[in-house]
Design a protein around this ligand. Structure first.
Ligand code: CP
Ligand code: NVA
Length: 312
């Protein structure tokens, strides 16, 4: 059956089937190929995109803005300094008004429920550009990057080392469980992913064949195709910086940790921004195993593919 995603929001990959995610991955590769060969057309001509940001962003904002703009669309950046987002007027009212003026909305902020309310009341596709809970557009680019090194993701082994309960770990968990990627989270006891998510993902993994592991010992990176890490304190958790340093110090991805994979061809991934010298050593992020710049570039291709698939 042909896959049709027109009109859909992307709030979390929990809402998408394995086939739909696979379709978006393959489409992202086509979009990247088109971009490399100069095949940019005007596919978003006459369309408008609201870019709502409660938190800072480099990659996500630039990916949405350039992907939409270069295809003839009109992106409008709106930070919380510019717009009422639950202040003065209700979120529901803002959503209804934006839905009358924009073809689609991107939201980056704190609560997942804000993204859900925007989708419910605007009536147009809403893309989650990161919340405290999920960062779905990021992990599509991550799987694309994994596939550029190793071919089809199913059956590959991805090992995430660091804060096991943040938006990146949680989103990787879901996409890996859906796609049959063996996923290990290496994290200290105080930062385990929540039981509800683990239970959901275990159910998904049972269907896809993904092997899921949660471990405290970085030695679990053995055999991994890719080692992935993220900042120790996410946006909004700045007050926890010192506590996290103490907890996650032994989990820094340095060469010794990369060597635990036992493979010379394993790759290093990071969503960025990175705090070099904390979650990753300079040697690793700047070294031959690092794919972080390809990963950042792939944000744009995957985001363009998501918008093309849901808007045209
Ligand atoms: N990886 C990522 O989302 O980067 P930004 O915070 O710069 O958008
Ligand atoms: N976990 C990080 C991801 C940044 C892209 C954060 O939320 O700050």
């Amino acid at each position: 059956m042909a896959i049709t995603l027109k009109g859909r929001s992307l709030l979390t990959w929990l809402d998408y089937s394995e086939e739909e995610i696979r379709y978006l991955l393959d489409f992202s590769k086509k979009v990247k190929e088109e971009s490399k060969t100069g095949q940019i057309s005007r596919r978003f001509e006459g369309k408008t995109l609201a870019l709502l940001f409660e938190k800072r962003s480099t990659r996500t904002r630039c990916a949405f803005e350039t992907a939409f703009g270069e295809e003839g669309g009109h992106p409008v950046f709106l930070s919380t300094a510019d717009i009422q987002l639950g202040a003065k007027e209700s979120l529901e009212d803002t959503a209804r008004v934006l839905g009358r003026m924009f073809t689609a909305i991107q939201f980056r902020g704190f609560k997942q429920s804000t993204a859900e309310t925007l989708a419910k009341y605007s009536g147009v596709p809403v893309y989650n550009g990161l919340t405290d809970q999920f960062h779905p557009t990021q992990v599509l680019a991550d799987i694309m990057t994994l596939e550029e090194s190793f071919g089809p993701a199913a059956g590959r082994k991805l090992c995430y080392v660091g804060d096991g309960r943040n938006n990146i770990a949680r989103s990787l968990f879901i996409i890996c469980a859906k796609l049959g990627v063996h996923f290990t989270v290496v994290t200290p006891a105080g930062l385990l992913p929540d039981k509800e998510l683990v239970d959901k993902c275990s159910g998904l993994a049972a269907k896809s064949g993904a092997k899921i592991r949660i471990a405290e010992n970085p030695g679990e990176a053995e055999g991994a195709d890719a080692v992935y890490t993220d900042v120790w304190a996410s946006m909004g958790e700045e007050s926890k910086k010192e506590e996290r340093k103490a907890l996650l110090g032994p989990y820094q991805v340095n060469q010794a940790l990369m060597d635990k994979t036992g493979r010379k061809d394993s790759i290093f991934l990071h969503c960025l921004p990175a705090v070099k010298g904390e979650e990753v050593s300079v040697e690793v992020i700047e070294g031959p195993q690092s794919r972080v710049w390809d990963q950042a570039e792939n944000r744009k291709h995957t985001i363009k593919a998501i918008m093309l698939a849901t808007l045209l």
